[in-house]
Design a protein around this ligand. Structure first.
Ligand code: HAM
Length: 421
């Protein structure tokens, strides 16, 4: 047994799961490129202030969940809890406005939040996300949502709904916050401990409390507080989504847990995942770029949790081809066979054939067992006899059929067999 265990809330990703991860990452990249996004990779850690400012002092993330430490130079560093603040920082710092506007960026990487671990909620988790800078036009909100929907279809997912809301710009929101404060004032004593704190510093979050759900259900709707500009924006997003044939449900209780949102917010909810059912989420954030020190730049984006997507794909029994399967296992024994195996491996790999050559000191039968364990499609067997006759023995691992083939011809045979598989 290993002396060490992985840290609570982290996981090792390997074996069967890798094919899900690979499928999700490749599919998302394909979809992003189809929509004209470019990739960005930012550091995993940033200065703590970026997240204090970017994510917001009143959020659960900043108050309780950040992995913050002092480095050897005395700087306060935080492992990124999400991607948006970092991408905004990079957008400003690298003057990406010069690359044309709007600018579409996507990213994929680990995020860190000190949350209570449970299925679908980890302390190190992976997000794939995207941000669009430089347009406040409602068509861009609809296009981002449509793109996520395209991606989910391409992944094969069916069992999800898109929840859409608008929390307006500051003016509408301030009015609504007062209405909400009034509504909750005579219920204050009944609220859960977290909500009592949120009542003071982040009242909107009372709407997505998992405990005080009845109060939230009957709370006044934020949509009633939207001013003309916000209402027009929201109506336009909805109209575009209808034209794009993207089904959605307006859910006025969606407020999101981060401070930076303005107007459009949305969540993709999976029906088969229990408590942690939000697969993807995002919204518009027109003030964040200027709050972090850039020129006023409207923006919209989203992020999705890879771990939750894997769970969703499994819950919908979506079968994915193995991305790590082995085409040919080269079984060899004896010194001259070993040299021949090296030459054969070179030939096969040069043709793009996934090849595992025996690289240990072990007998034929142990090598065949290994080939089976690795699920190789074919085995090529080389011993002294094969070398003398200038042939190889070729075995179809599925049917068990074994034939001897001329050395000069067998690579073609493998290519033919693989093409017909
Ligand atoms: P978020 O809602 O905090 O938004 O996270 C987005 C997604 O990341 C969630 O819907 C979920 O799938 C996944 N996720 C979040 N926390 C965890 C966790 N502890 N364990 C596993 N998965 C998790 C953001 O992070 C925003 N930056 C999204 C955004 C981008 N808004 C605008 N642009």
């Amino acid at each position: 047994m290993s002396k060490f265990k992985r840290i609570k809330g982290t996981q090792d990703i390997y074996g069967e799961d890798i094919k899900y991860w690979d499928f999700i990452e490749k599919t998302m990249k394909k979809v992003f490129l189809k929509y004209g996004f470019k990739e960005i990779r930012t550091p995993i850690f940033e200065s703590t202030d970026l997240f204090n400012r970017g994510v917001g002092e009143g959020t659960d993330i900043v108050q309780k969940e950040m992995y913050t430490f002092e480095d050897k130079g005395g700087r306060s560093i935080t492992l990124r809890p999400e991607g948006t603040a970092s991408v905004v920082r990079a957008y400003i710092e690298n003057s990406m406005i010069n690359f044309g506007s709007p600018m579409k960026l996507f990213y994929n990487g680990p995020m860190f939040r000190y949350e209570k671990p449970q299925a679908g909620r980890l302390r190190q988790f992976y997000q794939i996300g995207a941000e669009v800078f430089g347009t406040e036009y409602p068509l861009s909100d609809a296009e981002v949502i449509c793109m996520i929907n395209d991606a989910f279809k391409e992944l094969g997912l069916n069992n999800y709904t898109i929840r859409l809301n608008s929390i307006g710009k500051k003016e509408s929101r301030e009015e609504y916050k007062n209405i909400l404060k009034n509504y909750y004032s005579d219920k204050f004593d009944d609220l859960c401990e977290d909500c009592k704190i949120r009542y003071e510093n982040n009242i909107l979050r009372l709407l997505d409390c998992k405990i005080d759900t009845n109060y939230a259900k009957n709370a006044p709707s934020i949509l009633e507080s939207l001013n003309h500009e916000d209402k027009m924006h929201f109506d336009s997003v909805k109209k575009h989504l209808e034209t794009m044939d993207v089904p959605f449900i307006v859910d006025d209780k969606i407020v999101r847990g981060l401070d930076y949102y303005t107007q459009t917010v949305f969540e993709f909810i999976h029906e088969g995942l229990g408590a942690q059912s939000t697969l993807a989420a995002g919204g518009r954030y027109d003030n964040l770029v200027s709050e972090i020190g850039g020129n006023s730049t409207p923006a919209i984006g989203f992020a999705m949790g890879i771990e939750r997507l894997v769970m969703a794909l499994k819950s919908e029994n979506i079968i994915i081809d193995d991305c790590e399967d082995i085409d040919v296992y080269i079984v060899n024994s004896g010194e001259s066979a070993e040299f021949e195996a090296v030459r054969i491996a070179r030939e096969l790999r040069d043709k793009g054939i996934k090849t595992f050559m025996n690289i240990s000191k072990r007998g034929f039968s142990s090598q065949m067992k290994h080939a089976n364990k690795l699920n190789a499609s074919f085995a090529v067997i080389i011993g002294e006899d094969e070398i003398d006759k200038n042939i190889v023995t070729f075995k179809d691992m599925e049917s068990g059929e074994q034939i001897q083939v001329e050395r000069g011809w067998f690579v073609n045979l493998i290519l033919e067999k693989l093409a017909n598989k």
